[in-house]
Design a binder for this molecule. Structure first.
Ligand SMILES: [Ca+2]
Length: 104
């Protein structure tokens, strides 16, 4: 039986290909595919950025090899970046929770 982490890795691969396999190269996400992925899978993150140019900025930031598409490696860097930010928020909330417990 796969572990939680192994399942998370498998999920990254299957989610990437659910969108990347739709049109053109199956090895990368086009701008349209990335937009769909962000809207469906990272809706709460995109909602906080009301700016319609956000998707273009994200695309530009992620496309480190400059081929106009987002490959799996570039996609994973987005997930890692967001995970690091979430973990920092988690730590802050844990600290606050710890302080609240101490004060009671
Ligand atoms: Ca690329």
């Amino acid at each position: 039986m796969p572990s939680d982490l192994e399942r998370a890795m498998e999920t990254l691969i299957t989610v990437f290909h659910r969108y990347a396999d739709k049109q053109g190269s199956t090895a990368s996400l086009s701008r349209t595919e990335l937009k769909k992925l962000m809207e469906n899978e990272l809706a709460s993150f995109l909602k906080t950025q009301k700016d319609p140019a956000a998707i273009d900025r994200i695309m530009k930031d992620l496309d480190s090899n400059g081929d106009g598409e987002v490959n799996f490696e570039e996609f994973v860097s987005l997930v890692v970046g967001l995970s690091i930010a979430c973990e920092q928020i988690y730590q802050i909330q844990m600290k606050k929770l710890g302080a609240a417990v101490k004060n009671n």
